[in-house]
Design a protein around this ligand. Structure first.
Ligand code: IPM
Ligand code: MG
Length: 369
């Protein structure tokens, strides 16, 4: 009897439903080849959930996710739900809520260059050649989850003491939160090139000074074999584009990681190619690093490869199906090597008949499997 894995599908908004269909197609092909079965339960998250239920993360969705062996998410959000009104629900609350509720404190964002796409970067080829880093972003703490408030301040302050609106967000960490993300980073480094860059703003922030101390203690006590360096976040933003090849594992606070991972994605020139895994102690979640691209939704032209590579990460990290995961990567590489491109990764010299849509791209990957 083939083993059955239960997967919660969260198509979300924008291009989400289109790309997740390709992820499922690839999973089904893997199932046939490796005599494994995948069973899917679809649930609502983000804008579509707000429309249907009034909240971005319905209880039902959380129950389905918790009961599954893994969650495959596409993307959430869109202009329809954009608001600065704190009283209105936002699609992103669904994403942040499910990360927190599932305890997904580790966000792995691999940044690699596919040889066939080396020209897609806006950086010089000699700078990006060989880039292979893993951003380990802390995902359930820091500035994203601290106390926050917006209120009307009757008194104002001091000489410019006009009354007016006031708002704050707080960045807070507890020791165990830094310890566990540090361990994840060191473990990842041991499977790679044995180097961790810990990114902080220790010249200004108290949380960063604590972060630095804890990361060094864990490193010295438990991972003396792994090289550890500290880098201030502003400097990291610079070094990432001047010497990206030097980075192996980069570990950092939630908000810093959000910003730096978009920057790192651009090194490859193709955000449409980058997958991510969010891991905790229970059910893990896999999603592309890109957003819901509302401008191209429904047109059948979105790049499904980041979603398909998220499936690769799911097979590797949640199901221990490393061989099948390698197979997906090989198939994607082969499709790119043959010159097939979606619009976002099209190069100046890509022939028109090699430009394909979302569904064809999924079919090509399946054909190579
Ligand atoms: C990401 C996204 C999310 C984040 C948004 C959509 C809330 O930018 O996964 O990087 O900020 O974490
Ligand atoms: Mg982001």
């Amino acid at each position: 009897m083939a083993k059955t894995y239960n997967i919660c599908l969260l198509p979300g908004d924008g291009i989400g439903p289109e790309i997740i269909a390709e992820g499922v197609k690839v999973l089904d092909a893997v199932g046939v080849k490796y005599d494994t079965a995948f069973a899917y339960t679809e649930a609502l998250l983000g804008g579509c959930a707000i429309d249907a239920t009034g909240t971005a993360l319905p209880d039902e969705t959380l129950h389905v996710a918790e009961a599954s062996d893994a969650v495959l998410l596409a993307a959430v959000g869109g202009p329809k739900w954009d608001t600065t009104d704190p009283a209105k629900p936002r699609p992103e609350q669904g994403l942040l809520g499910i990360r927190k509720a599932l305890g997904l404190y580790t966000n792995l964002r691999p940044v690699q260059i596919f040889a066939a796409l080396a020209d897609a970067s806006t950086l010089k080829p000699e700078i990006v050649d060989g880039v292979d880093m893993m951003i380990v972003r802390e995902l359930t703490g820091g500035l994203y989850f601290g106390r926050r408030e917006r209120f009307y301040d009757e008194e104002g302050c001091g000489t410019h003491g006009a009354a007016g609106q006031r708002a704050y967000d707080t960045l807070e960490y507890r020791e165990y939160e830094v310890e566990r993300i540090a361990r994840q980073a060191f473990e990842a480094a041991r499977k790679r090139r044995n180097k961790v860059t810990s990114v902080d703003k220790a010249n200004v922030l108290e949380t960063s000074r604590m972060w630095r101390e804890i990361v060094h203690r864990i490193g010295a006590e438990e991972y003396p074999d792994v090289e550890l360096e500290d880098l201030l976040v502003d400097n990291t933003a610079m070094q990432l584009i001047s010497r990206p090849v030097d980075f192996d594992v980069v570990v950092t606070e939630n908000m810093f990681g959000d910003i730096l991972s978009d920057e790192a994605a651009q090194i490859t020139g193709s955000l449409g190619m980058l997958a991510s895994a969010s891991l905790g102690d229970g059910t893990a979640l896999y999603e592309p690093s890109h957003g819901s691209a509302p401008d191209i939704a429904g047109k059948g032209i979105a790049n499904p490869l980041a979603q398909i590579l998220s499936v690769e990460m799911m097979l590797r990290y949640s199901f221990n199906l490393g061989e099948a995961a390698d197979d997906i990567r090989r198939a994607v590489t082969a499709v790119l090597d043959e010159g097939w491109r979606t619009g976002d990764i099209k190069q100046a010299d890509t022939p028109a008949d090699k430009v394909v849509g979302t569904v064809q791209m999924g079919d090509l990957v399946v054909a190579h499997l």
